[in-house]
Design a protein around this ligand. Structure first.
Ligand SMILES: Cc1cc2nc3c(=O)[nH]c(=O)nc-3n(C[C@H](O)[C@H](O)[C@H](O)COP(=O)(O)OP(=O)(O)OC[C@H]3O[C@@H](n4cnc5c(N)ncnc54)[C@H](O)[C@@H]3O)c2cc1C
Length: 419
C-alpha cells in the first residue's frame, strides 16, 4: 500500500469517517456511529458470506459482560443470545501440578463471567444490522489499496476500481498486520510468542454445562469453553512444530492426544470438527493516532487469546471512539472537525489505561505460566491456591469482564452513544 501524500483527487466521494476493515471491530464501530449522523464508509476486502472471511471464522469468542451490555445497547444481543453459552464457572489449573483455582459467577452476584459465541454468529448479527443502515456507504468486497494523508483529510483508493474516498477521519480496523497503520507511518512492536493456537469444536460424553476450563501447560495455555449446543470450543496452544504435527493427526489421534493433555473433566472426548491454526504474537502500535488516523481493534493491539480479551478490548476502542465523536458533533454541530488533533489525542488518552492494563495482564499470564525455571511452578501453584482462597482477588478478576481500567464507555454501560 502506498503512503505518498498527493494532491487531493477532485473527483472523490466525501465522507466524515472511512473505516478500513469490516471485521468484528470495524463493523461494530460502523453500527455504533449510526446515531451520530456522521457520513460513514466501511471498506471490507472479503464478502461476508465467503468461507475465507478472516474475522467471521469458526473461532469462538468469549464476550465479557461489558460487551454484552454494548451489544444490548446496539440492539444486537437478541440475535446473539440464543446461540451464546453463559460461562457460569471457571476452572483454572496448572497441568500435572497441584495448583488450581475456581471461580463461580453466583458467588460474585452476576449471572455469568461472559458468553461464548462463534465468530460466524457475531458476524452474521453485525451484517444484518448494518444492512438496515440506509446511510452507510458500504464497499464490500473492496480492498483499500492506497492511503494518502493530507492536512484536512485522508484519501483512500479502493479496488475494484471506483471513486476514491476522502474522509476527515480514517479508521484503521484492518487487523494486526494493518496496512493503514503502516501507510500512516505508525510503528508497531511485534513479539512472536512462538506458539500456535489450534482451534476446534469437540463433543464429549459430558455435555457443556457452563464451566470454562483454562489449563496451563509447558507448551502454552489451553482453553475448553462451553458452547450453547452442549459441545466445547477448544483453543489448544502448542509450540509451532508440535502444532504442525497435531494438525496432521486423524480425528482419533487428535482426540486421544487432547484427552491426554486435558484429562477427563468433561468425560470421554468423542468427535472433533475442522481444526484451524493461528500463529500467536503480541503486536502493539506505538501510538494509537496519527494525522487524520485512529487505530482500533487488532490494528491497535493484537493479543494472545489466553484470557479471551482481544475482541472485548477492541470493542471498547470502537465504543469509546463512537462516544467521543458523538460528543464532538453535539458540541460543534454537523460541520465539526472530527479528525482534528485535539479529538484524536483525547481518544488516545481515554484508551490508554484500559489498553495498557489488558495488554500487560495478558502478556504477563502467558509468560508467568510458560516459565519453567526452578521454583517458579511451585510459586505459581501457591499463587493459584492463594487466589482460590481470596475473595478480593477473585472479585478483581470478575471485574475484568467489564474492562480493566479507565472510564467505561457509555455503550458498555448499556446507554446510547449520544449524551
Ligand atoms: C484463537 C483465538 C481465539 C480468540 N478468542 C478470543 C476471545 O475469546 N475473546 C476475545 O475478546 N478475543 C478473542 N480473540 C481475539 C479476537 O479474535 C480479535 O481481537 C478480533 O478478531 C479482532 O477483530 P478486528 O476486527 O480488530 O480484526 P480482524 O478480525 O483481523 O479483522 C480485520 C478485517 O479487516 C479486513 N481488511 C484487512 N485489510 C484490508 C484492506 N486493505 N482493505 C479492506 N479490508 C481489509 C479483513 O478482511 C478483516 O475482515 C481470539 C483470537 C484468536 C486468534
Amino acid at each position: 500500500m502506498d503512503n505518498v501524500v498527493v494532491n487531493a483527487e477532485p473527483n472523490a466521494e466525501l465522507v466524515d469517517v472511512a473505516i478500513v476493515g469490516g471485521g468484528l471491530v470495524g463493523a461494530s464501530l460502523a453500527l455504533a456511529l449510526a446515531p451520530t449522523g456522521l457520513r460513514t464508509a466501511l471498506i471490507e476486502g472479503v464478502a461476508p458470506d465467503a468461507t475465507a472471511q478472516p474475522s467471521f471464522d469458526d473461532r469462538t469468542t468469549a464476550l465479557g459482560n461489558g460487551t454484552r451490555r454494548t451489544f444490548e445497547a446496539l440492539g444486537l444481543w437478541s440475535q446473539i443470545a440464543t446461540q451464546a453459552a453463559a460461562i457460569r464457572r471457571i476452572h483454572v489449573s496448572d497441568a500435572g501440578r497441584f495448583g488450581f483455582a475456581r471461580l463461580d459467577a453466583a458467588e460474585h452476584g452476576i449471572e455469568a463471567f461472559g458468553y461464548v459465541v462463534t465468530n460466524r454468529v457475531l458476524g452474521a448479527a453485525l451484517q444484518s444490522r448494518l444492512r438496515g443502515l440506509p446511510d452507510l456507504r458500504w464497499r464490500m468486497p473492496a480492498r483499500c489499496t492506497a492511503v494518502s494523508i493530507g492536512e484536512q483529510t485522508g484519501e483512500l483508493q479502493t479496488e475494484p476500481e471506483s471513486l476514491p474516498l476522502r474522509a476527515r477521519l480514517v479508521i484503521a480496523a484492518d487487523g494486526a498486520n494493518s496496512r493503514v497503520r503502516e501507510a500512516a507511518g505508525l510503528g508497531a512492536d511485534i513479539e512472536d510468542y512462538a506458539q500456535v493456537a489450534l482451534v476446534a469444536h469437540v463433543r464429549a460424553t459430558r455435555a457443556a454445562d457452563g464451566t470454562a476450563f483454562e489449563r496451563f501447560t509447558p507448551s502454552g495455555p489451553f482453553a475448553v469453553l462451553p458452547l450453547h449446543d452442549g459441545a466445547y470450543g477448544v483453543v489448544w496452544t502448542l509450540a509451532p512444530a508440535e502444532a504442525e504435527r497435531v494438525l496432521q493427526y486423524t480425528d482419533a489421534e487428535y482426540l486421544a492426544a487432547l484427552q491426554q493433555a486435558f484429562g477427563w473433566r468433561i468425560g470421554r472426548l468423542q468427535t472433533v470438527g475442522r481444526r484451524t491454526a493461528y500463529p500467536l504474537r503480541l503486536s502493539r502500535a506505538q501510538t494509537l493516532v496519527g494525522r487524520r488516523v485512529a487505530l482500533i481493534g487488532n490494528a491497535a493491539q493484537g493479543l494472545h487469546p489466553v484470557a479471551g480479551q482481544g475482541f472485548n478490548l477492541g470493542l471498547r476502542d470502537a465504543a469509546t471512539l463512537a462516544e467521543l465523536l458523538a460528543e464532538v458533533v453535539s458540541r460543534q454541530g454537523a460541520g465539526a472537525d472530527i479528525g482534528a488533533p485535539s479529538v484524536l489525542e483525547e481518544f488516545a488518552s481515554r484508551r490508554h489505561a484500559d489498553r495498557d492494563g489488558v495488554t500487560r495482564f495478558t502478556d504477563g499470564l502467558v509468560k508467568l505460566f510458560g516459565d519453567q525455571r526452578a521454583g517458579v511452578p511451585l510459586l505459581r501453584d501457591l499463587g493459584l491456591l492463594l487466589f482460590d482462597l481470596s475473595p478480593t482477588a477473585k472479585q478483581a478478576m470478575s471485574r475484568l469482564s467489564w474492562g480493566f481500567a479507565g472510564r467505561t464507555p457509555r455503550l458498555g454501560r448499556g446507554l446510547g452513544v449520544i449524551p
